[in-house]
Design a protein around this ligand. Structure first.
Ligand code: ADP
Ligand code: MG
Length: 452
């Protein structure tokens, strides 16, 4: 009997159960311990049977011979049966149960941290994510190869591994090789230069059912490696084995790769991941905050929109920013993060990531605040006491003058004031500057601090 799909394996176990039922006199034991067990994996002649507790394990082990007898009878095989608990499977790396040492790509794994569950879907990656789900559900049958391209830090590696994890979970017998093109290159060179004659790299790779290859652009101009890859590539496609490739550029821009191979990359489906918008970045941040074991209540809303807005160019930067905030939060033992703390935590990266244009609205708010001894929320808030209102006018003026932000956007920063209020502040300061030497000095000093 073929044992290639989860369905076939489940069928084998239910038939073995029927057989066992006849042999086990104690119905309670059968119901409590046999019916709840299941076949976790079959690799070669090793069959792993999982049960739900240590106690069940002790019981099932007493019946090990009977279990083997029934499974062998129903499958027509001679299995080595390993009985273990669900808990042990979860806590042990898989290799410990199935002691099969790979000859090549020894450190290749599907990263368990990158899943569909923690992949936020929005406009920028909707197609890619859907395509990923479809190929996971029908590996090799639909859209082969799947080619995912997009700029650095936008989630290609995450999606690639999510596909791997999804297939692993739903089709545990599929053998998955998840590597970077860099790994592929090194392994190939190592193989060509020092291999033992009895090892066969191409054969080793062809033995997998799914090949997830990250950053294919790394093979640009690697002629020999590409030839070697092409043979494997065709084998996978012909045998309906899934290939997923990622690239930081379009296939047509892979100029260092033979055109015949590049055009074949487009045989399946090509999808793009683009830059996320602010809303999606906020969703990602929220997910990451909860994923880090924190509560959203610990963050002011404007902190999340601030970070999302500032770091939306790549999700990697976004994560970096969040990590810094959490780091500073822990360092300070702060139980709440407001915009002040966030701006401070990020001040160093904000300047770096903005390159030459190191002045931004948050820096202006902070600088005006420290000049007038006020906090940022005081400046952006609603109170109209003399000094506060003045500082607010100046901050608005400088943001408009130095950054040329739209009035509406500035209004949003200042407790959602409307654009006429913002215009009023700008003209008010303009006027003060013409008539009052003191304001001129103050504003020049603030500008000096801003740019210095
Ligand atoms: P790439 O491979 O395109 O350079 P990565 O997959 O390494 O980018 O993503 C960089 C970081 O951003 C990773 O930590 C990843 O988990 C995270 N990330 C990217 N996109 C998303 C998303 N849509 N949802 C959640 N996290 C994401
Ligand atoms: Mg990557």
């Amino acid at each position: 009997m073929a044992l290639n799909t989860l369905n076939e394996i489940q069928k084998l176990w239910s038939r073995a159960l029927e057989d066992l039922k006849k042999k086990i006199s104690d119905v309670k034991v059968y119901d409590a311990f046999f019916k709840t067990a299941y076949i976790y994996s079959i690799e070669g002649n090793k069959l792993v049977l999982a049960c739900d507790s240590k106690f069940a394990l002790t019981i099932l082990k007493q019946y090990a011979d009977l279990i083997k007898e029934s499974i062998d009878k129903e499958s027509g095989s001679d299995f080595q049966i390993i009985i273990t608990t669900q808990e042990d499977i979860e806590s042990k790396p898989k290799e410990k149960i199935i002691e099969e040492k790979p000859v090549f790509f020894k450190s290749s794994i599907v990263d368990p941290n990158y899943t569909f569950d923690n992949f936020v879907v929005g406009l920028s990656n909707k197609e890619a994510s859907q395509a990923g789900l479809i190929v996971s559900a029908n590996p090799g049958d639909l859209y082969n190869p799947l080619f995912i391209f997009g700029g650095s830090g936008l989630g290609k590696t995450h999606l690639l591994n999510a596909i791997g994890n999804h297939i692993k979970e739903t089709k545990p017998l599929k053998k998955i090789l998840c590597i970077t093109a860099q790994d592929f290159l090194y392994q190939y060179l190592e193989y060509v230069n020092n291999s033992q004659k009895n090892e066969d790299l191409a054969g080793f790779i062809k033995n997998f059912d799914v090949l997830l290859l990250d950053d294919i652009q790394m093979l640009n101009d690697k002629k020999k490696t590409l030839e070697f890859f092409f043979d494997i590539y065709q084998y996978f496609l012909q045998n309906k084995k899934l290939i997923v490739l990622t690239s930081d550029r379009l296939p047509s821009e892979l100029t260092g790769i033979d055109a015949r191979l590049v055009s074949r990359f487009m045989d399946g489906l090509t999808v793009q991941i683009t830059q996320p918008n602010s809303q999606m970045c906020e969703d990602i941040l929220k997910k990451k905050i909860v994923g880090a074991g924190l509560s959203l209540d610990e963050f002011d809303d404007d902190v999340i929109s601030f970070v999302a807005d500032k770091f939306k160019s790549t999700v990697r930067d976004l994560n970096g920013a969040l990590n810094r905030i959490i780091f500073i939060k822990n360092l300070r033992h702060a139980d709440h993060i407001d915009l002040d703390l966030a701006t401070e935590a990020l001040s160093s990266i904000l300047n770096v990531s903005n390159g030459k244009k190191s002045v931004n609205e948050y820096k202006i708010l902070n600088t005006v605040g420290s000049y007038y001894n006020l906090s940022v929320p005081q400046i952006t808030g609603k109170l109209k006491t003399g000094q506060i209102a003045l500082a607010r006018h100046i901050a608005i003026y400088l943001i408009r003058q130095q950054l040329d932000l739209p009035l509406k956007k500035i209004g949003e920063l200042f407790s959602n004031r409307d654009h006429t209020t913002i215009m009023y502040s700008v003209s008010k300061v303009d006027e003060l500057l013409k008539t009052n030497e003191q304001y001129k000095i103050a504003i020049n000093e603030i500008k000096k601090r801003l740019n210095g």
